[in-house]
Design a protein around this ligand. Sequence first.
Ligand code: FAD
Ligand code: NAD
Length: 460
Amino acid sequence: MSWDLIVIGGGPGGYTAAIRAAQLGLRTALVERDAVGGTCLNRGCIPTKALIHAAERYEEMKECETFGLRAEGVSFDYSAMCARRDQVVGQLRDGVERLLKGNKVDRITGTACILGPGRVQVGEKVLEGTNILIATGSRPALPPVPGLDLPGVLTSDDLLTGDTFYRRLAIIGGGVIGMEFAGLYRALGAEVTVLEAMDRILPTLDRELSQSMSMLTKKKGVKLCVGARVEKVEQGPDGLICTYTVKDKTETVAADAVLVATGRRANTDGLCAPEVDLGLDRGAIPVDDRFQTRVPGIYAIGDAVKGSIQLAHAAAAQGINAVSMLAGQEPPMDLSVVPSCVYVRPEIASVGRTEGQCKEAGIPVKTAKYLTGSNSRSVITDAGRGFIKVVYHGENGVILGAHLLCERATDLVGEFASAISRGETLEDMARVIHAHPTFAEAVGEAAEAGLGLSIHQLNR
Ligand code: FAD
Ligand code: NAD
């Protein structure tokens, strides 16, 4: 049997591409060695957010006196939380399976190896296809620190498939995974230490977002060590001992588990027969702007691609564009605007350029800031401090970026993504009526702040 397209990998990049390809009339096969949904659904986005949602409700129950409520004997059962997590994952996975079937994508189970253009081996069988799309994703990358092979040294895969709760958690890496787990574990009362090599947590984000999150996280009792070089992990008499150096001073932290969250690397080991040379760069696949690798007829998207933004929605959008072009259509998705979110409390979201990036690019830039403390819905919900920072062109007011740290930031960022994608100005954003009282009113207020016309915040 042969296909128009063979997709390798059933994560959000691969399954989205396969479904859209089938919708566009391409006879499509999807090869996946494990469960459909990939990292995102099985070991990433979904299980983390299911656990974080539960932990935040637990925190809220403990804080409910603010609202005149009383909850006594509030406690949690971590294995029940994990059972709920697994139920959510299972439900969404079944949904993906149904969609693949309903769209007549042929699902093939096994590990794929590309033998050459149009030829993919899965077990004993050789599949034939006009084109091949690689969407094999990524896995945790471990730094060369002695002791990371000890029992109790874990990756996000382990924490998201197991159901053990650790009372003392040391986290190597203060990036997105590190900070989401720090928030989750601290909300449940664990002793948490984060060891970050750079001079700030979440170092790829706007500096002000990192600084504010750092302050709020410390206030919650998480120990944050930045500029930390982890030397080794050893088994001590009472758990694991993590030795690290900060400013030439050597320190240790004892923990029941050590989470290593220091980035991810592409899944390309054994993906191609020796004669198929994709020109891998540290395992990642270089592609052109049509997602074609250097071998004609072999394309790649998602986390496996060199320089990719490792996000589920980016992988899915790339998949849609790649297969649309293969079907002879214009790519429909705007890949230049990719929102990114961190599910901490309050939430963080970011889209477009930071002020620093604009300055580096020589763009005359201005910023406006709206403090969400004066948003009425935030006051009603006791959301605490937060802000929305809008980055815009100093001459024409076109919105270039938005950086949010506030309740529902992960939803509000969508409005800025739309505005940036459409090339809208502050005036365009300020023209839209937002319902009252909502968190979304803060979006209009942030635009008004840029125009010096804020109603609910003193204009500076
Ligand atoms: P993957 O999802 O990794 O899927 C690749 C698939 O290919 C896997 O199922 C794998 O089994 C299969 N495969 C690999 N090699 C082969 C082979 N040779 N043959 C057959 N099958 C193969 N992103 C967000 O946008 N939002 C979030 O909130 C978020 N949270 C995250 C939390 C964690 C803890 C982690 C680890 C990641 C998170 N991400 C999040 C990132 C997101 O999961 C990835 O960016 C996304 O899954 C990448 O999609 P993909 O399709 O490229 O690859
Ligand atoms: P990351 O790149 O976000 O963070 C890794 C952090 O580890 C960085 O801050 C880095 O400076 C630090 N680091 C690297 N080596 C170190 C060392 N030896 N010692 C101490 N610190 C070290 O990577 P991640 O947190 O592993 O997440 C991987 C990817 O998964 C992210 O890039 C993101 O795209 C995706 N993800 C997204 C979400 C989300 O969208 N909410 C959540 C989790 C993960």
